[in-house]
Design a protein around this ligand. Structure first.
Ligand code: ASP
Length: 327
């Protein structure tokens, strides 16, 4: 995590930042290329969000849609062997298999998902093909792999020597206790975009909890849990212990709370309050939510210190520490 913290950090006062109505003079050259009367905003989880945001922003400059941008953004950590929690180089499960989960969704409730997918470097792109080329939403395991191969995706070994070594040394320790988060074993990328026309999309992709039981699927590929986007309201995504997010229908709930008038940060916090209530006082795990409202206002909240997220808006691409609950 230490390298993650080498990026520019900002304080956790989020509510007043970002949004369509806070244009800064320095941003107009980028905005002009996108041709937006209102400004695009991209937010994504953790510091691997910074290069992901760059790619997403670039995609929009080239004329891509919000969906194109969301996909292009998360493909960066998926393809980076040094990001050991997403895609290629992701830490394996308890049996040594790298199994990937991903989903993608636009503002019109169109979505696609893959879970427990092996040997495909970019599960997010397979999820998009599920969304666009089939009548289904979700494909899993062998079937998802066969589908990917039928669409021309290449079968690759995703287990890097570094991930194998890290897994071997984590394994003994992790078997003794619940997986520790906020270290390199457990960090999804979730990314939310509003493009220059106000269209929204999101993407979420992960190798999931390190040392998980083979076949385990977390929140990340589950629409409504790891990701939810409603073009009329906004979007949300999650990171952390997926089981806790699934139990609350986390991202859909954040969006629903925003629909009912809560600010993004407050909506994230409310779902975390429910997680705390369910678990009692002792919280020894991390969950973080990000939310982006249709008007460009964004917020985040986490159970524990250590969650951060990247925001690309009129102020540039910056890493921000999330506020967290004091439990
Ligand atoms: N939420 C993911 C999962 O439970 C992992 C993470 O965000 O770190 O699979």
């Amino acid at each position: 995590m230490s390298s993650r913290r080498n990026f520019l950090k900002r304080s956790a006062i989020l509510s007043s930042l970002g949004g369509f109505f806070s244009l800064q003079a320095g941003a107009f050259s980028l905005r002009g290329k996108i041709g937006a009367a209102t400004g695009p905003v991209i937010i994504s989880t953790w510091n691997h969000g910074l290069p992901a945001n760059e790619a997403a922003w670039q995609k929009m400059q080239e004329g891509g849609s919000a969906l194109d941008a969301a996909e292009a953004g998360v493909r960066v950590p998926e393809g980076d062997p040094n990001v050991m929690s997403v895609g290629y180089g992701g830490l394996p499960d308890a049996d040594g298999y790298v199994t990937l989960d991903a989903c993608i969704m636009d503002g019109n409730n169109q979505c696609g998902s893959v879970a427990c997918l092996e040997n495909i470097k970019h599960p997010i792109s397979v999820a998009r093909r599920v969304m666009e080329d089939t009548q289904h939403v979700m494909l899993v395991g062998e079937g998802a792999l066969e589908f990917a191969l039928s669409k021309g995706f290449k079968k690759e070994n995703l287990l890097t020597p570094r991930a194998l070594k890290a897994w071997q040394s984590y394994k003994k320790e992790l078997e003794k206790k619940r997986s520790i988060i906020n270290i390199e074993n457990h960090d999804t990328i979730g990314l939310l975009v509003i493009d220059g026309k106000g269209e929204m999309s999101g993407a979420c992709t992960t190798s999931g909890m390190a040392n998980k039981i083979h076949g385990r699927v977390g929140d990340s590929p589950i629409i409504g849990a790891g990701l939810f986007v409603d073009g009329e309201v906004g979007g949300a995504c999650a990171t952390g212990v997926g089981e806790e997010v699934i139990k609350q229908a986390g991202s859909a709930m954040v969006v629903e709370l925003m629909r009912n008038g809560m600010a993004p940060e407050e909506a994230c916090k409310e779902v975390l309050r429910r997680i705390v209530k369910t678990n009692g006082k002792k919280i020894d795990f991390q969950v973080g939510f990000l939310a982006l409202r249709k008007d460009g206002r964004y917020g985040a909240y986490a159970l524990k210190r250590g969650f951060n997220f990247a925001v690309y808006d009129s102020k540039g691409n910056n890493l921000i520490d999330s506020p967290f609950m004091k439990n």
